[in-house]
Design a protein around this ligand. Structure first.
Ligand SMILES: [Fe+2]
Ligand SMILES: [Fe+2]
Length: 196
């Protein structure tokens, strides 16, 4: 595999796992809002923990640090600015979800519906974000990066990869269990569950 192929595979896989996790969250939140599912707080907090630990702490900073700066002055600066701002606003979005989850645990009226609404906003925000990266940033990188750029991007992204990524085996039992729960919830092709 060339460094270009390796870098692209890691980035796309990290997007795919984040998309799967957000999709699982949306699925669960919707079912809770219509009373089809009672809240599984362990699962909900695990999903939030995962998003904070991997996409937030590792994926976005790698994009900001090694991917975006190399694409400056190639006609997509505005998109890069937008994406950088979205990385910054992603964490407050998560804080809102955590607050609402706390309200749910306290049985505050309307909190479950509010949570589903916030999750849907959060999911929309992520789909738009990833679409911009896959539709504009990665094609531009393919167009302008030198082999040295790809080597550096690949080396950087290969560090601390997402434990949920395809082919990664994680030695933590917690992650193995989390992964098993998720694949039951998320529809094909990522998971084995069925979307209702
Ligand atoms: Fe991003
Ligand atoms: Fe990304």
């Amino acid at each position: 595999m060339t460094p270009q192929q390796q870098a692209l595979a890691i980035i796309r896989n990290e997007h795919r796992t984040l998309a799967a996790v957000v999709s699982a969250l949306e699925h669960v939140a919707t079912d809770m809002a219509i009373g089809k599912l009672s809240p599984d707080y362990k699962l909900l907090w695990s999903i939030i923990y995962y998003i904070e630990e991997f996409p937030e702490r590792l994926h976005h900073p790698k994009e900001d640090g090694v991917l975006f700066p190399r694409l400056r002055n190639h006609g997509i600066d505005e998109t890069l600015d937008d994406l950088g701002r979205q990385h910054v606003s992603s964490r407050p979005h998560l804080d809102v979800l955590k607050n609402t989850l706390g309200h749910m645990e306290a049985d505050i009226p309307g909190a479950v519906a509010e949570f589903a609404k916030k999750v849907s906003t959060y999911a929309g925000f992520h789909w738009a974000h990833m679409n911009l990266e896959e539709g504009i940033v990665l094609p531009k990188a393919i167009e302008v990066f030198s082999p040295e750029d790809w080597a550096e991007v690949a080396a950087n992204f290969a560090e601390n990869t997402d434990p949920l990524q395809t082919g990664n085996t994680h030695d933590s039992e917690w992650f193995r269990q989390f992964y098993r729960r998720l694949v039951m919830l998320v529809p094909e092709p990522w998971g084995v569950g069925e979307r209702h």
